[in-house]
Structures are given as C-alpha cells and as structure tokens.
Design a protein around this ligand. Structure first.
Ligand code: NAI
Ligand SMILES: C[N+](C)(C)CC(=O)CC(=O)[O-]
Length: 487
C-alpha cells in the first residue's frame, strides 16, 4: 500500500461484502461495515478467519499491518472519510437504487462508489441520480484478483489505481452490457449445465468432474483464446477456426433455449448437489477451495502467467522488511507468512521449506550487495556449495517468519552466510549456514567478485565480524563410537 492510510465502507456484508472487507482490511485499509443482519458480524468474522489463512500465503513478503474494522448502523457514519464505498446488497434494482442514491448523497466527493452487481449496467443503477460505477468481483474476493469496472471513465481510472494497490486486477469494459464479460460466459456454461442435469445426461458431480479434470485447469492459465490457439497446432488459430467453425451451426448448444426454472429443477439440482458435497460445511468447502486456489496461484507466480503476474507485481509494491524487534543489527532478508502448502503430515513446516526460506534470504542478500538480476545478466553470480540447517523450533502454517543474515566470511570468492529464521513470537526457529562461491557464468569456473559487490560484501563482513554467531560452524553429529574397536 502506498501513501496515507485509506478507508473503505462496505454496505452489505454477505458473501461478497465479507470478501471485499477482507481484501481491504488485510491490505492495511480501515474498513467500516453496514449490514442489518444480526448474524453479519459472526459471518464476516468467519470469512476474515479464512482470508487471514489464505491471502498472505500468496506472497513472499508480509502484507501491511491490518487496518481497523468497525461496525455501523448509520450509513453516514460508515462512509465519512471513505476513499472507497462498495455496495454489496442483494441483486434487486429497487434496493440498489435506494442504497446507491443515499450513498451518492453522503459519500465524500473523492470516494469511488462501486456496486458489486453481477448483472445491472451503470445506466440502470444510476437511473435515479446515483453516481456509482460497477466494480464486479469474484468469489472469494480476497483471493481472486479480477474486478470488472464499468462506468464513467475518470472514476474507473481512479478506481483501477486503488484496486491495484490492494492486489486486484481491474478490467475496464469498453461498453456497458448486462452481466459484463465474465458472467455472460458463466451464464452460458450454467445454462448448458442445467439442461444436462434436467435432461438426465449428467449429474451435478459428473459436470463438475468434466470441468475440474480438464478444461478448468487450462482456463486458469491461458483463458479461452490462447488455449484454442494451441489447439490449432502449428497452423494456429486460423486452422483451429476452420476446423471447428462449422460446429457453430451444429446442435451443440442449447443457448437459445432456456430450461423452465421451476421447483422441480431446483429440487433436482439441489438434491444432487447435497449428495455430492453435503458431507462438508460451507466453511470447510471454502477452506478447501482457498487452499487449492493459493496453490494454483503460487504455481502461476513462477511463470508470471495470468493472476500469478498480478501477485508478483503487487508484492513489489509492499513495504520492504524492517529490522523491528529482531535481535542483532543485521539485514532483514525475509519477512513473510508461512503458506499452508509449506506444512506437512506432521502438522508443521516441512524441513525442505526451511532451506527454501534460507534460499530466498540468500537471493535478497545478493540483491542487497548488488549481485542482482542485472549483475547476473552481465555474467557473474554465486553458487551454493554447502548448507547446514539447525531445526530449533516448530513453525506452523500462518506463522510469520522473518530472516536475518550475518556475513561470516566475504573474502575472495567466498560468501559464507549465517541466516537466522525467527518466528513471529520472537523464537529462533532455525539457523541455516550457507557457503557460496562467486562464479563466472560463461566459463562456469570460480572467480573473485569485483566492484560494488566485493566492496559491499567486505564492508558487511567487517561490520558483522564481532557479532556472535552461536551454532555456526556446526556439522551433523559424528557417528557414535562402536562398542568394540575393530581389530
Ligand atoms: N454471491 C456471489 O457469488 C456474487 C455476488 N455478487 C453480487 O454481490 C451482491 C451481493 O450478493 P451476495 O453477497 O451474494 O448476497 P448476500 O445475500 O450474501 O449478502 C447481501 C447482504 O446485504 C445485506 N443487506 C440487505 N439490505 C441491506 C441494506 N439496505 N443495507 C446494508 N446491507 C443490506 C444483507 O443483510 C446481506 O448480508 C449482489 O449484487 C450480487 O450480484 C457479485 C459477485 C459474485
Ligand atoms: C452467480 N453470480 C452471477 C453471482 C456469480 C458472479 O457474479 C461472479 C462469481 O464469483 O462467479
């Protein structure tokens, strides 16, 4: 987050309003909520608990400290000083008119007023004088970056900037249309699915299998058109279109035809869905969904594809770690939350992930001394040749984990580092000692670093020389002596 502390007012704190509240709050904004439902506070508390587990796990840096959450009966109190007002009341045009009209009169002039509406156009929402834009999110709002923006151009531009600050991907529509872009696509899939169930061709479970075992996995990383481009083989999209174009006039779709939406259809779908997933509560399903989305998004981070690129771009704007209350006057080379995917069957952070945290710290340290991507592109780098890890305390998914780095030796081609991994409660969880050698990437042979890298490394080595490094220089315990000495 950049600049002054920001505030969001959330009007309607159900499934979507709760997700918006979590997105803003966990990115350091103050959040004021209005919802007349007596259960709203409990429900949002549960959504926030899920979000706190999931959202920070997307990042290799800590998110800013959470903002302040407040509850209001009075809309005017909630929107006072707000930078963003998000309406997420039920999808009824008369209710939206009433709420958006009041918000437009009460909210500060600079505040963006966004509506979560899945289907209404800005011209419909503002027909009675409101000044809202559509800011349509996707469930779970705290994890999925897409927000479709529709409406007045200058407001959409301001909204885009604010949304990027909280890790979202704004997509501004060229023209207003009912249900925007994504829901038009989803409605097509939904309508075909209702037919398939109604006609007894597939159950809800079989349709979900058809999606999640196949094209659902493809869509997250390349969407529709890029996926089909590849499906055209070397001849690409033109070939794909000429091969599959004729199918458009075959009876492959029932899109023009709507199944009768009656109690019988609702009962059929609901009973199949209960049989398929009724053994889990909605919150359990949400946690399973969140863990899977985090895993997929972390995979997409590696290739900076789709939503993965949004996360790395947002991460680059997060505040750099500061020493704070960490022991020793050492550079802080890591500050993150432990993702659920780092936990193992023993219910704690897997041994391999300690090395990963240390490896990330080495990368940060290299950047600090100038051995950054430009330096590596110029032909030199460091290679790790030996590590020694001491596992001192358990670390769990969700724990904050900070790393400091001490230089033990920086002479010649050697860079001998001592990383301390410290848990959120201040406990030293591990030390990872690493020996690296400076390399010429062309000859693949060792060589001495020169210039700024050599200077900064030796300056830090001198500054750290007198600091204690308890546990460094240790090695894995020697074999115990055999009871009888071999002859
Ligand atoms: N559920 C979903 O998957 C998605 C929903 N949306 C849109 O988000 C909006 C909200 O939908 P949901 O969160 O699903 O509905 P919901 O029924 O879960 O939540 C609506 C909330 O608004 C509250 N509310 C009703 N009247 C209010 C008022 N006058 N002032 C303040 N709060 C009031 C209700 O107590 C309830 O908590 C709709 O416009 C919907 O189209 C957008 C994306 C996805
Ligand atoms: C079902 N829905 C139309 C409310 C869905 C959305 O609007 C977006 C989503 O999260 O799928």
């Amino acid at each position: 987050m950049t600049g002054m502390k920001k505030k969001a007012a959330i009007i309607g704190g159900g499934v979507i309003g709760g997700g918006w509240a979590a997105r803003f709050l966990l990115n350091g904004w103050d959040v004021a909520i209005v919802d007349p439902d007596p259960q709203a506070e409990r429900k949002i508390g549960e959504v926030l608990a899920n979000a706190r587990r999931a959202l920070p796990a997307l990042y290799d840096r800590a998110l800013p400290p959470e903002g302040r959450l407040s509850w209001h009966d009075d809309m005017a109190d909630a929107v006072a000083d707000a930078d963003w007002v998000q309406e997420s009341v039920p999808e009824t045009l008369t209710l939206k008119h009433k709420v958006l009209g009041r918000l437009s009169a009460m909210a500060p002039a600079h505040a963006v007023i966004g509506s979560s509406t899945s289907g209404f156009k800005p011209s419909e929402l503002n027909a009675e004088g409101a000044r809202a834009i559509v800011a349509h999110p996707f469930n779970p709002v705290y994890l999925l970056p897409l927000i479709e923006l529709v409406g007045e151009a200058e407001t959409c531009t301001r909204a885009s900037k604010l949304l990027r600050d909280v890790g979202c991907h704004p997509l501004t529509l060229r023209k207003e249309i009912e249900a925007h872009i994504a829901d038009r696509l989803l409605e097509a899939v939904w309508r075909e699915s209702l037919w398939l169930v109604k006609d007894g061709i597939a159950t809800t479970e079989e349709i979900d299998e058809a999606i999640r075992m196949g094209f659902g996995i493809r869509w997250a990383q390349m969407g529709l058109f890029e996926t089909y481009r590849i499906a055209g083989g070397e001849a690409g999209m033109k070939h794909f279109m000429s091969q599959f174009g004729p199918a458009l006039s075959w009876p492959w779709t029932k899109l023009m035809d709507v199944p009768e939406f009656n109690d019988e259809l609702v009962d059929l779908i609901a009973s199949q869905s209960d049989a398929q997933s009724g053994h889990m509560s909605i919150r359990e399903l949400e946690r399973l969904r969140d863990d899977n989305i985090v895993g997929m998004l972390r995979a997409l981070r590696r290739t900076k594809t789709g939503a993965g690129g949004v996360i790395t771009a947002h991460e680059a704007t997060l505040p750099a770690p500061v020493p704070g209350d960490l022991p020793g006057d050492l550079p802080v080379t890591g500050d993150r939350q432990v993702p659920t995917s780092w936990a193992d069957y023993n219910g704690h952070m897997n041994d391999a992930e300690y090395l990963r945290a240390a490896s990330d710290a080495t990368d940060r340290f290299m950047e600090m001394i100038g051995a950054d991507t430009d330096y590596i592109a110029s032909g030199c780098s460091y290679f790790t040749v030996e590590t020694h890890t001491r596992y001192l305390a358990e670390v769990h998914a969700g724990d904050r984990l900070r790393t400091t780095t001490q230089v033990i030796d920086g002479t010649g081609k050697r860079m001998h580092l001592f990383h301390r991994l410290v848990r959120g409660d201040g406990t030293l969880a591990a030390t990872v000692e690493v020996m690296l050698l400076h390399m010429d990437l062309t000859t693949r042979a060792t060589c001495n670093p020169e210039g700024i890298v050599a200077e900064r490394l030796s300056r830090l080595a001198a500054a750290h020389a007198d600091l204690p490094a308890e546990g460094s220089g240790r090695h894995v315990g020697q074999r115990s002596k055999p009871a009888v000495e071999p002859a």
